[in-house]
Design a protein around this ligand. Structure first.
Ligand code: BTN
Length: 257
């Protein structure tokens, strides 16, 4: 990874300051520690993570030399109730950046999985600090499987995971991908500040979830139905088999058919 080249290539607020660690526990944990005292747009990159965090308390396997582990500190002027839009916006930016770089049709599985066909190629973990319904800061963690081969993934996720290299049989420059990611993130965060409808529409265009029969595990509840839409806050609108509509803020989604 060429950090100097990334610094030169990143145009805009996100990436104005970049910290790089050869090894770290988790770039998100570091982001949470530094967020209060840092400017918006701080980017933390690592070559490997010892305690990479996935959503819902899972581990994000983060071997050295292969993939992208990146966190971004944001201080968006939006209500806490709209926080999902931060993840939605990040997913749009990441999916477009990865399409531009690889030519693969990378889609988004609600809320924030980056997919190629039915395998996961990347994920986003947004962690927040809020006060009185306002967001103090958000740390957006992005993990992209770039040059991992299937043998590099633990056996239990090998069936569900993939990487850019595994799909194209080519290896990719992490530096080039990070520059593309930062530029798309800068562009789409500016759109979030001005017109969130554009983000929601773009998300729907890139999503592989809408219109599918899905199962959603949300807290203690497991629901099945058709993923009809997402609303202006990024919530999933699920039409249950009974015909009833449910709005879901967060959860784990499995596409059934
Ligand atoms: C998911 O479960 O899909 C979210 C995965 C997020 C992984 C990234 S890697 C960089 C950042 N640091 C972490 O500890 N996690 C996120």
């Amino acid at each position: 990874m060429n950090i100097e080249k990334i610094r030169q290539g990143a145009r805009g607020n996100i990436g104005r300051e970049i910290l790089f660690y050869p090894v770290i526990d988790s770039t998100n944990t570091a982001g949470l520690e530094k967020a209060l005292t840092s400017e918006e747009g701080l980017v933390i990159l690592a070559d490997s993570q010892l305690k990479g965090k996935g959503r819902l308390g899972r581990t994000w396997v983060s071997p050295p030399g292969l993939n992208i582990y990146m966190s971004i500190v944001l201080k968006p002027l939006i209500e806490l109730a709209d926080a999902t839009l931060i993840t939605i916006t990040s997913a749009v930016a990441c999916s477009i950046a990865l399409r531009n770089i690889s030519g693969l049709e990378i889609t988004i599985k609600w809320p924030n999985d980056l997919m190629f066909q039915n395998r996961k190629i990347g994920g986003i973990l947004t962690e927040l600090k809020s006060e009185l319904k306002k967001i103090v800061f958000a740390v957006v963690g992005i993990g992209i499987n770039v040059n991992s081969e299937l043998k590099d993934f633990p056996e239990d996720i090998r069936r569900m995971a993939t990487s850019l290299r595994n799909e194209t049989k080519k290896s990719f420059s992490r530096t080039e991908i990070i520059i593309e990611l930062l530029n798309e993130l800068n562009k789409w965060y500016a759109v979030l500040a001005s017109d969130r409808e554009i983000i929601i529409d773009k998300w729907k265009e890139l999503s592989s979830t809408i219109g599918r029969k899905v199962k959603v595990v949300s807290g203690q509840e497991t629901l099945e139905g058709i993923a009809e839409d997402i609303n202006e806050k990024g919530m999933l609108i699920l039409k249950l088999l009974t015909g009833e509509q449910k709005k879901i803020v967060s959860g784990d989604l499995i596409v059934l058919s």
